[in-house]
Design a protein around this ligand. Structure first.
Ligand code: G4P
Length: 190
């Protein structure tokens, strides 16, 4: 079992058989040993693919994107912003529906930060229904750049995010794959 899965079993808290709370090392506090492990694992998983930039979304994806960038020859990290008050012709933007939060929000990136031809690695903390990742991929498309792959720290395979993202043509590499949170217990796919 890898470091990340051990940490999930030790400190993750399951809510309503559907949500995994990981505030101890993902959403509020960062464990640097786990962070380094995650950065190294993504760098290994996506090596030699000509990636030019890493893209994530605020807030929790940022730390993992940076850890990965350190391990991939100091690639630049860009993070999409949520719910900016003014969107305009200087931004690529789209709408994302969150099943977890049951609301839509807008995501945007200033056009200066993704260039046509960029080969983008998307990194995020969770993959549930895939909407956040597909929203980011839409911004990349608007910029006439391409998504090389998607790195996910924790995937909930009992929701259908990976199938949706891969059907759109983007390979997904997840470091911990959770197949069930039934009876408030974490079960991994493998
Ligand atoms: P999707 O993007 O895969 O479709 O998932 P969804 O809309 O349902 O998720 C929206 C938000 O909820 C995302 O955070 C996502 O990381 C988070 N999330 C989904 N499932 C879980 C879970 O089981 N545990 C935790 N801790 N978070 C989950 P966000 O709105 O982007 O917020 P932030 O944490 O990055 O600030």
């Amino acid at each position: 079992m890898n470091l990340l899965k051990e940490k999930i079993l030790k400190e993750g808290i399951v809510l309503e058989e559907r949500i995994l709370k990981v505030d101890h090392f993902v959403n509020q506090q960062i464990d640097i040993k786990i962070l380094r492990y995650i950065g190294q694992a993504f760098a290994k998983g996506f090596k030699n693919q000509g990636i030019t930039k890493i893209l994530t979304i605020e807030a929790s994806g940022i730390a993992f994107a940076i850890a990965t960038a350190y391990e991939m020859d100091d690639l630049t990290v860009v993070f999409a912003k949520k719910d900016m008050t003014a969107f305009g012709s200087d931004d690529y933007h789209t709408e994302v529906y969150s099943f977890t939060k049951q609301r839509s929000y807008r995501v945007a990136i200033d056009k200066r930060f993704i260039e046509p031809g960029d080969k983008i690695l998307i990194i995020d903390d969770f993959l549930a229904h895939g909407n956040a990742v597909l929203g980011l991929a839409e911004l990349v498309k608007q910029a006439k750049a391409s998504v090389v792959g998607v790195g996910i720290v924790i995937e909930k395979t009992f929701q259908n995010g990976k199938a949706k993202v891969e059907a759109a043509g983007y390979p997904v590499h997840s470091l911990a794959r959770i197949c069930s949170l039934k009876n408030n217990q974490v079960h991994f796919d493998e």
